[in-house]
Design a protein around this ligand. Structure first.
Ligand SMILES: *[C@@H]1O[C@H](CO)[C@@H](O)[C@H](O)[C@H]1NC(C)=O
Ligand SMILES: *[C@@H]1O[C@H](CO)[C@@H](O)[C@H](O)[C@H]1NC(C)=O
Length: 425
């Protein structure tokens, strides 16, 4: 109530100040308020009972053939030629999978699902394949041993995330946010701001899921809080694998699979981090403006092209020479990017022929390139952030689609200011 009086008071003051400007702006303001009302009053069109499924007994199962049929696959020449054949471990692994694809798998439509039996590679075996493996950072060892494991059990599911009665209610945009168990506050900021689920302008449905693994042994036990959060908000997906930087391609792979099982008809997917600021309305406007042929082959964000592996063992993105040698394909910065939902089956299929890579954005770039999809740069994605003095300026953010990175407080503030009726940019 108080807020309403405040608003009235503010409007009254504003109108007495500059009547002329006010009348010219009035239409816009009303329009904006209506749109916001739409978002807030219809947070959720499909009534949701607590449908979160918490799978407590961990069943080890082998890969079952998916209920959907994987599409026929061609792996592009530019991708094959772009990754040199040499002695590096990953390069050898890739080209051996490609040979296998060409010799048998491309005749049938069966993916190589049965070829990934999760047998952790022994250190001895690794050592015969990578002479200097003893000099790799310890976490690399975990990554190498787990490279073949592609089917961790799903512990917390949201099977009704994309359920809807009629086809017109198809989800237009799904936010898939990489998070880790302890980032409660970041997730809440996303829920209350740019990741808000519901019906937006022009009847566009938006949904959000957070992608999580298990907390590390060094973290306090957060499982109970996480499952409470999942029941409360119905937007967490939790898989049974150790949530670490090098396991992000695994997270990508299981996310593709989950999408095919649960949300196969989503038009667009935003994949990103939990510490970015996304401008939902600007994203929706951009997606809505695409030509049909762009909309079905979209892979866009801030594109990093002509990058090469970094060889300094002290940095996060270190890739040893004996592991991978060659340039990286153009890839969208992992802070946030957009792609077409209809690419999901092919992405999932092709990801069986591309060995897991320690850097997930590079891996994505490889998958899209293998499908012959061009990475398109969009100036509105600022994964390396913007000028210091602009970082709290809502007007600067109006035309941007994404900035990296913002803490929960900054995200809340920016969002509030951007949607303030007092804002005149
Ligand atoms: C499978 O790949 C080989 C080698 O590239 C090619 O010659 C053959 O035509 C492909 N078969 C199909 C069914 O696409
Ligand atoms: C990835 O997750 C698996 C399963 O929990 C684990 O064995 C492996 O060590 C993890 N890899 C990394 C690099 O953390």
């Amino acid at each position: 109530m108080k807020k309403k009086y405040m608003k009235l008071l503010i409007v009254a003051i504003a109108s007495s100040f500059c009547l002329v400007i006010f009348f010219s702006k009035l239409k816009d303001v009303e329009h904006e308020q209506k749109d916001l009302a739409k978002i807030t009053s219809v947070p959720d069109t499909t009534p949701r009972n607590p449908t979160t499924v918490v799978v407590s007994s961990i069943k080890k199962k082998t890969y079952s053939v998916a209920p959907y049929e994987l599409p026929p696959l061609t792996i592009s020449e530019t991708f094959r030629k772009g990754i040199p054949k040499n002695g590096a471990f990953w390069n050898r692994k890739l080209h051996s999978l490609l040979r296998q694809f060409d010799s048998t798998d491309n005749q049938t439509q069966k993916g190589p699902l049965d070829k990934f039996n999760c047998q952790p590679e022994s250190f001895e075996l690794l050592q015969t394949n990578i002479q200097d493996v003893h000099s790799y950072p310890p976490l690399y060892g975990d990554f190498l041993r787990g490279m073949q494991c592609r089917d961790p059990p799903l512990l917390i599911d949201q099977p009704d995330k994309c359920a809807s009665e009629n086809r017109e209610d198809q989800i237009f945009l799904l936010f898939a946010i990489k998070s880790i168990p302890r980032n409660f506050e970041r997730r809440q900021a996303v829920r209350e701001t740019w990741g808000r689920e519901g019906l937006y302008e022009n009847g566009l449905q938006v949904r959000t899921v957070f992608l999580l693994g298990r907390s590390s042994a060094d973290d306090p036990k957060l499982d109970k809080l996480v499952s409470f959060e999942a029941q409360q908000f119905q937007d967490l997906l939790v898989w049974d694998f150790h949530d670490s930087f090098y396991n992000l391609t695994l997270k990508e792979h299981v996310f593709f699979k989950w999408m095919l099982d649960n949300c196969p008809h989503v038009s667009f997917i935003f994949k990103g981090d939990d510490d970015v600021f996304a401008n939902t309305q600007a994203i929706l406007n951009h997606l809505k403006s695409l030509e049909p042929e762009q909309a079905t082959a979209l892979y866009t964000g801030q594109i990093i092209s002509a990058a090469n592996p970094l060889r300094d063992p002290k940095i996060k993105y270190y890739v040893p020479q004996s592991f991978y040698e060659g340039p990286y394909p153009p890839y969208a910065g992992g802070g946030g990017f957009l792609f077409s939902g209809n690419l999901l089956p092919s992405l999932y299929h092709v990801s069986f022929y591309i060995p897991f890579f320690p850097i997930d954005d590079v891996y994505n770039g490889m998958c899209f390139k293998a499908l012959g999809i061009t990475a398109t740069k969009h100036e509105g994605f600022k994964t390396f952030d913007i000028r210091e003095q602009d970082r709290e300026n809502p007007c600067v953010h109006k035309d941007l689609l994404l900035v990296h990175q913002r803490d929960p407080g900054q995200t809340m503030r920016l969002w509030r200011n951007m949607h303030s009726t007092m804002l005149t940019c």
